[in-house]
Design a binder for this molecule. Sequence first.
Ligand SMILES: Cc1cc2nc3c(=O)[nH]c(=O)nc-3n(C[C@H](O)[C@H](O)[C@H](O)COP(=O)(O)OP(=O)(O)OC[C@H]3O[C@@H](n4cnc5c(N)ncnc54)[C@H](O)[C@@H]3O)c2cc1C
Ligand code: SF4
Ligand code: SF4
Length: 380
Amino acid sequence: MYARVPTINPLFITIFSFEIEGAGVSPVSALEQLYKEVILPRLCAACGACVGNCPYLVKYKGRTVKLDSCSRADGRCYAYCPGANFDPESISQAIFSQPYDTSGLGSFTEVRASRSTSNEILSMAQGGGTVTSLMSMALETGILDAAIVTSAKGSEGFPCGVIATTARAVQESAGSKFVGAHTLDALNLAIERGFTRIGIVGLPCQIRSLRKMQVYDIKDQHLKERVRLVVGLFCNWSFSADEFQSFISKKVGDKKIRKYDVPPPPSNKLIVETDDGAESIALEELKPLIQGACRECSDMTSEFADISVGMYEGRPGWNTLMIRSKTGLDLIETATHVGVIETEQFPEENLNHLRQASLNKKERVSLTKIETGSSQACHD
Ligand SMILES: Cc1cc2nc3c(=O)[nH]c(=O)nc-3n(C[C@H](O)[C@H](O)[C@H](O)COP(=O)(O)OP(=O)(O)OC[C@H]3O[C@@H](n4cnc5c(N)ncnc54)[C@H](O)[C@@H]3O)c2cc1C
Ligand code: SF4
Ligand code: SF4
């Protein structure tokens, strides 16, 4: 007989209540559920949350692979996956103590234009270097003892999450890698290694997973207290790492890649900056390489982060910065006070444009779900 553990968080009970088969007596394996609902239909966003929490799930050449079976019904793999039963309402209540804001951009208190004041960081960053400056400062001032960022080259040659403990290490990971990189794998490692003031930079799917980890905290690892800073990026899509890698190596051969860039519409191009000049690839050509998960992902602005950072359309070298929580506000006040970033007003017209872009993503997802008859993944 399947018995629920009485000490478990009520949100956790909500997750697993539907896992009881038939008359509610036989538990369903969390891993099998994850495999059936997320991995097999290629809805895995390669966030990395399940990797490192389970011996049977590993990353292999940019993909999440199931090595064996497991009968646990209460596995963290399914509970923390952003593609399985994400409930924006309960997460918003648990993190922001307020209902989920459905007006398009999630809850926020302020939007600013921002950029780094360091020319060195500006030269290595994707946009205005806001993220790299903030994470560097947070480590240097002791706000954090570890920052989880995403490096271009992991041991398998694919982008991956790393634990940075110095500003230099954060800076080595500056710039966008337009693939799912299993970043939360490094968070799991940082938790295991005992870091207590952890910050993370992640895509919206990764931030959703991280918030599930904090709210459900199945192994009672004090994740709400230990993960102190959550910096989300804007995101509309990312490529499947292995498919992108083989596509790009055919295009640019063994030229060293310095940076990828996606200029704002209407360019519709990916620019690959190499040692030998820049290559331009039509996004249309790259469309088949977009991860399946992105078709079902309705979060463009990392709605559950403390701060969210994206490009500033029409103003190169600057970022759009959304402040969502008291933690986020404190960080930005400190950063502007010590002068590592500068901020300016964000025009109302740009905010309206941002909201519309986010609503467009939500609408695209709703249409996809109607077309495919899917009821999984994000429900907002
Ligand atoms: C896949 C992807 C899609 C994006 N789509 C959009 C978009 O549609 N619109 C928009 O405005 N902005 C988008 N961004 C965000 C944008 O590219 C910049 O990351 C953001 O504006 C911050 O700029 P910055 O100069 O402060 O970044 P930097 O200071 O260069 O810092 C970038 C940070 O992002 C982290 N990072 C890089 N790649 C990844 C990854 N794959 N997964 C997790 N973390 C990563 C790095 O570790 C680094 O800490 C996207 C980013 C990614 C990775
Ligand atoms: S989305 Fe994340 S948690 Fe879900 S299967 Fe993929 S790597 Fe695992
Ligand atoms: S579109 Fe969504 S699922 Fe895809 S990489 Fe971006 S945040 Fe993750």
